[in-house]
Design a protein around this ligand. Structure first.
Ligand code: FAD
Length: 539
């Protein structure tokens, strides 16, 4: 992956995607794999929007079944399975437990019925999935087992527990990046820090966009036959620019990453307001989510105030009183602005179903908008978008293969076997801990990073005593993964700062390596270090 803007202005593309979150990247990958000429622009870094801030869970159909949406439940099961097939090293089963009670909707009988329906809808949930990742059906567990898992947080009203399994994504940002890499492998031209400004419209047809390079303020025009709006929280202004009247509001959704160690099982409990909160293990810490605002949010509303943090912590403590969580134990607040719909009483809730909108119905040709609602289903939504693009181009696309083709980095049988292979090949160059960390993050990409270590012994050193990844991941990310800022490295290309500020020592080492790779002067480096610190601030 290299950032070369001259390739974007050379010829008209079949498809131009605005937004490099999971939906935009999956559209770019799918369209490129099916043989279209593809470009994608992302105004920040790839996967830095909601696709960074989610709760790291690939959901099956249970939630959709609660609202009786069988189609959505089936779609989720299929897409959860697709992720396990295409990126087996990036997902891991995670058990979730919540109390059953004497109320009708949370009773053992209700949960048994739900699990049965889920098992039927997900009958093929494990087809083509490697044994380690096969998911058991949900079940009801006795009260004693529930109490043993929840201990001090156990509800006195619990009659037992509902126990189900979904996938978790330990390195979710590397997974998002793998979609970008896959798109590039198939010839797509991607650029981060390139912001779409406005559409180029001629005689009722969108013929591309004008975009500004956020790294040097130059403006370019990119021509395309079909432009796809996958701008996440900024989706609505682009829909309006393409002639539609978007009718849905937005909500701010948040998770808390804490410094508390987590147990092996995710625990769910309702808050005093009735919202289900989940405590999940992630990077060894408790991640708690998801909470959302009660009132509509604006697209750029991605700050978190002390007040918002305090009321979220109160909400967590109302669901898990024995936790007694304190705001100073929060190492990072995930936040994203996501599409919403009013329920029957007019109360805003998260939008349940994605939307793919062809702007032909608004009298505009050459534009499609995608409103995504879950990371889990991003690949499947992209498949629908590319089918539509094929029809619009009058060149029907060959069948989609992104649901069965391994993503870059995933081309091996098992993580253990690949780690053993790496040990036998580079065991003298890198420590066992560095090898393990590298395979977990880069998959088969470990070899290219190890090659870099051979050119300079310092690059084989771990980033810090507590961070086993070799220093070479930094120049590697600059050269091959389009990392442009220090935050790209610390927050997304590596897991160093994914769960909270990793400490000055780590930031300084990464900063020095990045300054060398990008020839930054001391003032630029100082600005970059400050930007990393700001990233974790609650205002
Ligand atoms: C707190 C929280 C928890 C969640 N938990 C889960 C979960 O556990 N499981 C799950 O499946 N889903 C979850 N979700 C939902 C999921 O994160 C989103 O549905 C998904 O990431 C949206 O992807 P996207 O590509 O549509 O949007 P984004 O990831 O926001 O990507 C849109 C991109 O467009 C870019 N962009 C905007 N305007 C422009 C422009 N003018 N030019 C260029 N680029 C532009 C933005 O910078 C952004 O990177 C959660 C969401 C939140 C906020």
């Amino acid at each position: 992956m290299t950032r070369d803007l001259s390739r974007l202005t050379s010829a008209p593309f079949d498809v131009l995607v605005i937004g490099g979150g999971i939906h935009g990247l999956a559209v770019a990958y799918d369209a490129a794999q099916r043989g279209y000429e593809v470009a994608l622009v992302e105004r920040g870094d790839f996967g830095s929007g909601s696709s960074f801030n989610h709760a790291k869970t690939l959901h099956g159909g249970l939630r959709s079944l609660q609202s009786g949406d069988v189609f959505r439940a089936r779609f989720s099961v299929r897409e959860r399975r697709a992720m396990a097939r295409i990126a087996p090293h990036m997902v891991t089963p995670l058990a979730f437990v919540m109390a059953t009670t004497r109320t009708l909707l949370r009773s053992k009988m209700a949960l048994r019925a739900g699990f049965l329906a889920d098992a039927v809808i997900g009958i093929d949930r494990n087809a083509g999935v490697e044994p380690r990742l096969r998911l058991p059906a949900g079940r009801v567990i006795p009260r004693d087992s529930y109490r043993a898992l929840f201990r001090a947080n156990a509800s006195a009203e619990a009659t037992g527990g509902g126990h189900w399994t979904d996938y978790h994504m330990p390195e979710s940002d590397r997974l998002t990046l793998a979609f970008a890499q896959a798109a590039c492998v198939h010839g797509a031209v991607l650029a981060n820090y390139l912001e779409a400004l406005d559409p180029l419209v001629r005689e009722g047809r969108v013929e591309g966009i004008r975009a500004v390079d956020r790294l040097d303020d130059t403006t370019i025009e990119i021509a395309a036959r079909v432009t796809v709006n996958a701008a996440g929280a900024s989706c609505r202004p682009w829909m309006s620019a393409f002639g539609a009247k978007p009718d849905f509001p937005l909500l701010k959704a948040m998770n808390l990453v804490t410094t508390r160690p987590a147990g092996p099982v995710a625990m769910g409990a309702p808050t005093s307001g009735g919202r289900l909160l989940l405590i999940m293990p992630w990077h060894g810490r408790m991640l708690v989510g998801t909470s959302h605002s009660d009132t509509a949010a604006e697209p750029g509303d991605n700050t978190v105030s002390q007040g918002e943090l305090a009321s979220f912590v109160d909400e967590v403590n109302s669901a898990f009183p024995a936790l007694a969580l304190r705001a100073d134990e929060v190492s990072l607040v995930h936040r994203g602005v996501v599409p919403a719909v009013p329920d029957r009483r007019g109360v805003l809730e998260l939008m349940g179903r994605h939307r793919v909108h062809d702007h032909r119905v608004d009298g505009i040709e050459g534009a499609v908008s995608v409103v995504g609602v879950k990371y889990t289903t991003g690949r499947g939504v992209a498949e629908q978008v590319v089918d539509l693009i094929g029809r619009k181009l009058g060149r029907p696309a060959p069948p989609c293969r992104t649901g069965t083709t391994r993503l870059p980095g995933a081309g091996f049988d098992s993580v253990r076997a690949e780690t053993d292979r790496a040990r036998s090949e580079v065991g003298r160059l890198l420590s066992p801990e560095s090898i393990e960390a590298l395979v977990a993050t880069h998959g088969t990409g470990w070899r290219a990073v190890a090659d870099l270590c051979r050119t300079d012994a310092e690059l084989a050193e771990p980033i810090a005593p507590c961070m086993a990844l070799p220093r070479a991941v930094v120049p590697y990310a600059v050269q091959h993964e389009m990392a442009c800022t220090l935050a790209d490295i610390v927050v997304r290309r590596t897991p160093l700062g994914a769960a909270g500020y990793p400490g000055d020592a780590v930031v300084d080492v990464c900063g020095a390596l990045m300054a060398r790779a990008c020839q930054w002067d001391p003032r630029r480096l100082a600005r970059e270090v400050e930007a990393v610190r700001d990233f974790y601030k609650v205002v």
